[in-house]
Design a protein around this ligand. Structure first.
Ligand code: IMP
Ligand code: MG
Length: 180
């Protein structure tokens, strides 16, 4: 079914597909983090919807921390120059940190974040990302929990934006015509 808003939106992943995959990831994470002190580190803004759904599928006690990252670049691509716009409230020392990210594209943002976090002496660092675009990878960032591998298209919805818009769409798709 084509949504009324926005007219240029072409569906890629439905609400049902996203929910089904997240339930699987939740079961995997639950099994892996039993008896561990887990901190879910949510990378804002793009991951807010993914984290809300994923965390409800994780059945172990955990803490939630938020970080704001902004990567400079042109409109649809990152430069690797990353600014921390909001940092965690609590120290991560000794914690098993699970980064929750919306998408790994070039890998530059996550490479920066993982290096930054490792100086804080966590017990471990793992990465859960809903999407991965391998075609555009510059830095090889190991992904421990992956939702979907997608082709090289700029996607929006389910938290992901273009120029601040489309985050509220319940599904993921691309813009046709693509943004310039
Ligand atoms: P990377 O540093 O290139 O791996 O990507 C960093 C950030 O760019 C991601 O966390 C997203 O916020 C954003 N991004 C990359 N690709 C897309 C996309 O297709 N749609 C929306 N945001 C994207
Ligand atoms: Mg992001």
């Amino acid at each position: 079914m084509k949504r009324a808003f926005p007219p240029e939106f072409t569906p890629l992943l439905s609400e049902q597909q996203i929910a089904g995959r997240i339930a699987q990831l939740g079961r995997q994470i639950t099994a892996d983090y039993r008896d561990k002190s887990l901190t879910a580190l949510v990378v804002l803004k793009g991951s807010f919807m993914f984290c809300a759904d994923l965390l409800r599928q994780i059945d172990v006690p955990l803490h939630v921390e938020f970080m704001g990252l902004r990567s400079y670049g042109n409109k649809t691509s990152s430069s690797g120059v990353v600014q921390i716009t909001m940092d965690t409230k609590h120290p991560l020392e000794g914690e098993h940190v699970l980064i929750i990210e919306d998408i790994v594209d070039t890998g530059l943002t996550l490479d920066y974040l993982k290096n930054n976090l490792s100086t804080r002496n966590p017990a471990s660092i793992a990465l859960a990302t809903l999407l991965h675009k391998p075609a555009r990878q510059i830095k090889d960032v190991p992904i421990d929990y992956l939702g979907f591998e997608i082709e090289d298209k700029f996607v929006v919805g389910y938290g992901l934006d273009f120029a601040g818009k489309y985050r509220n769409l319940p599904e993921i798709g691309y813009l046709d015509p693509p943004p310039i």
